[in-house]
Write a protein that binds this ligand. Structure first.
Ligand SMILES: [Zn+2]
Ligand SMILES: [Zn+2]
Length: 76
């Protein structure tokens, strides 16, 4: 499990400057999960997306789980 978190700027809800973008990676024998979270400590705004390797819903080819779907930064 690795964790990668960056302060990325302004909150779209309250305008605070502490919005954080966090990336998590989980990997086991059968399963890989890449997840992204945007969170504001000021107002509690939060949005998350997880990409699972066992997801039956075929994900579009052009979606890269290593790029944040919200701010488009790459994992570091
Ligand atoms: Zn906020
Ligand atoms: Zn982000």
């Amino acid at each position: 499990m690795s964790r990668d978190r960056q302060m990325i700027g302004d909150c779209p809800k309250c305008g605070g400057h502490d919005l954080a973008c966090a990336y998590n990676h989980f990997e086991s024998d059968e399963l890989t999960i890449d997840s992204w979270e945007h969170k504001c400590p000021g107002c509690g705004f939060r949005e998350t997306t997880a990409f699972r390797s066992d997801d039956e819903d075929a994900k579009p080819e052009d979606v890269d789980p290593h790029i944040c779907p919200y701010c488009a930064r790459s994992r570091s």
